[in-house]
Design a protein around this ligand. Structure first.
Ligand code: XIL
Length: 354
């Protein structure tokens, strides 16, 4: 039977749903997948979830939605669950987009990673420019965690409770939370999170932890201390924002890092993987990128504690990379026209055992 897209309204936005009936005019079909078997089906028997960060294309683009539900079984909101997105004012919460993503995930057999409750960035002005005592800041933090996690209790399997609390040199990062509460905000956040949803796995998430160095050591000390003090932390998220080639950790390096943190009894997820290329991309660069992707994913598959890889965006047409790292781009598995890249193909072959 020929599948034709039918337009339906979900969460107030127009999306296409695959259905066998419906009378709308046919639309251009998405590019053929590189393989008959989607990544999510190949990853499942290997004990791996494969996810993507979902941003402004969500429910706006038919091909995007088709690839999203076909290839991935985990979803992170790229921005919609951040403090500034959810909290236009102290008393108001805006859950519409986050709700739509959680509903979509449930309807399509996808798990959701919650991102993120406590971070130095993307905080609203009413918070950062207000004058607060430590008690008030603590109350806002507790209330935020209780309200947001409470809303999605039982529907979000893992939360990045604290994001990027350590700076590049390994020192505690100054932030709204640090300035008001000192380092105690970290442990308090995890306790509040456990109380808000006892079933959710609670993660500390950060970047540049994959290579050995002062930042990795500092985060190791931080999470060791949390564990030793009985703070409820379940896992560590390695963001995985890499440069292609030697800017991506080798299998040996990544394995040593994962073993180091897994030995603390922590679960591991790769939470924001992208592997950027200096533009213009060439077939050679794309080939190197593809083997970088395979290396990273294969170490996760081989590490019992590692059970998920989330790519930070679905396609090169919508990625934070070009605006954040000028001159770099093409960091994802699908190109700007939604064609699967070599990285997709190589990953698909690897997961299929080819
Ligand atoms: C980025 C988003 O991709 C952008 O759209 C946004 O403008 C800024 O934040 N580490 C994180 C993510 O934990 O939340 C960031 O996401 C990328 C770096």
């Amino acid at each position: 039977m020929l599948l034709r897209p039918r337009r339906v309204l979900v969460g107030g936005a127009l999306v296409a749903a695959l259905t066998g009936c419906g009378g709308d005019a046919p639309v251009t079909p998405p590019p053929a997948p590189a393989s008959a078997t989607p990544l999510r089906e190949l990853a499942a028997p290997r004990g791996l979830r494969i996810g993507t960060a979902v941003g402004s294309n969500f429910s706006q683009h038919e091909t995007y939605m088709l690839i999203l539900r076909r290839e991935f079984n985990m979803l992170t909101a790229e921005n919609a669950m951040k403090f500034d997105a959810l909290r236009p004012s102290r008393s108001e919460y805006r859950f519409q987009t986050a709700d739509a993503m959680v509903d979509f995930a449930a309807a399509n057999g996808m798990q959701v990673r919650g991102h993120t409750l406590v971070w130095h960035s993307q905080l609203p002005q009413w918070l950062t420019s207000g004058t607060w005592t430590a008690d008030e800041a603590r109350a806002i933090l507790n209330e935020h965690i209780a309200t947001v996690m409470g809303r999605y209790r039982g529907r979000i399997v893992a939360w990045d409770v604290v994001n990027e609390a350590v700076d590049d040199s390994g020192r505690p990062r100054t932030s709204f939370w640090f300035n008001h509460l000192g380092r105690e905000y970290i442990g308090r956040a995890f306790h509040a999170a456990r109380a808000a949803d006892p079933q959710a796995a609670l993660f500390y998430n950060d970047y540049n932890l994959e290579f050995p160095g002062p930042k990795q050591d500092s985060v190791y000390a931080l999470v060791s201390d949390l564990k030793a003090r009985g703070v409820p932390i379940d896992g560590i998220g390695f963001q995985g924002h890499f440069q292609y080639g030697s800017g991506t950790p080798s299998r040996q390096t990544l394995r040593a890092t994962f073993d180091r943190f897994a030995a603390l009894g922590l679960r591991i997820q790769i939470t924001e993987l992208d592997i950027r290329i200096p533009l213009p991309a060439t077939p050679e660069k794309l080939e190197t990128q593809a083997s970088n992707y395979r290396d990273v994913v294969s170490v996760c598959v081989e590490t019992p504690a590692c059970d998920a890889v989330v790519v930070w965006g679905l396609h090169d047409g919508n990625s934070w990379v070009p605006s954040t790292f000028p001159g770099w781009g093409d960091a994802l598995l699908f190109d700007a026209a939604f064609n699967p890249k070599r990285a997709y193909q190589v990953l698909n072959d690897y997961l299929a055992g080819r």
